[in-house]
Write a protein that binds this ligand. Structure first.
Ligand code: SF4
Length: 184
């Protein structure tokens, strides 16, 4: 159980966080005795509405805590004047690897940014993972559809398909974790 939470927003990252976005100095720290409320307040300070963020809304609807800002005791009362809007993750992005097929349904920016970093670093070492079409197949996201045997499955969300391919767990897995699984 969490008794006290410190949310370090001294240096943030906007856009394709948590690894592939733009660093954003904010100089803010949020402390709270409830993690869900801390997330709600921090997201508001980043310019988002907590109720628009699916996992916060889901946690609230499941009774795990409060995200309605009017129901949370927040100090200082005029906190809103320090709101510092963040750029959201891009709606779409394209990979620059024509020989990579990505099956993505329901992934979040965390797995996508990990995948980008991993491909940039290790794409040229993946020849052993090419399938019969000579392409490298990668699956991410919680709603991913069935994909070919031998697909590299990135992130815990894909675990239900792990019998089909090479599974790298983690939420998100970090680039070195993927490397460790593929190149033991
Ligand atoms: S495994 Fe975690 S980080 Fe990756 S898509 Fe699923 S929820 Fe997002």
């Amino acid at each position: 159980m969490i008794h006290f939470l410190i949310f370090d927003g001294i240096m943030g990252m906007e856009g394709m966080g948590p690894a592939y976005g733009k660093p954003k100095p904010v100089g803010m720290v949020v402390v709270s005795d409830h993690p869900l409320s801390a997330d709600a307040v921090a997201s508001r300070m980043m310019g988002f509405r907590p109720g628009d963020i699916p996992h916060l809304k889901l946690a609230f609807l499941k009774g795990l805590g409060e995200i309605r800002l009017g129901k949370i005791s927040i100090e200082p009362k005029d906190y809103i004047k320090w709101v510092n809007p963040f750029e959201p993750p891009p709606e779409t992005f394209s990979l620059i690897f024509p020989d990579v097929v990505v099956y993505d349904k329901g992934s979040c920016s965390a797995c996508l940014s990990t995948l980008m970093i991993f491909l940039q670093k290790y794409h040229n070492k993946l020849d052993n993972y090419r399938l019969s079409d000579q392409k490298i197949h990668i699956g991410i996201g919680k709603y991913i559809d069935p994909c070919p045997n031998g697909t590299i499955l990135i992130g815990s969300c894909t675990s239900r398909l792990k019998h089909k391919g090479i599974f790298v767990g983690g939420c998100p897995p970090i680039s070195s974790q993927i490397h460790q699984t593929l190149f033991p």
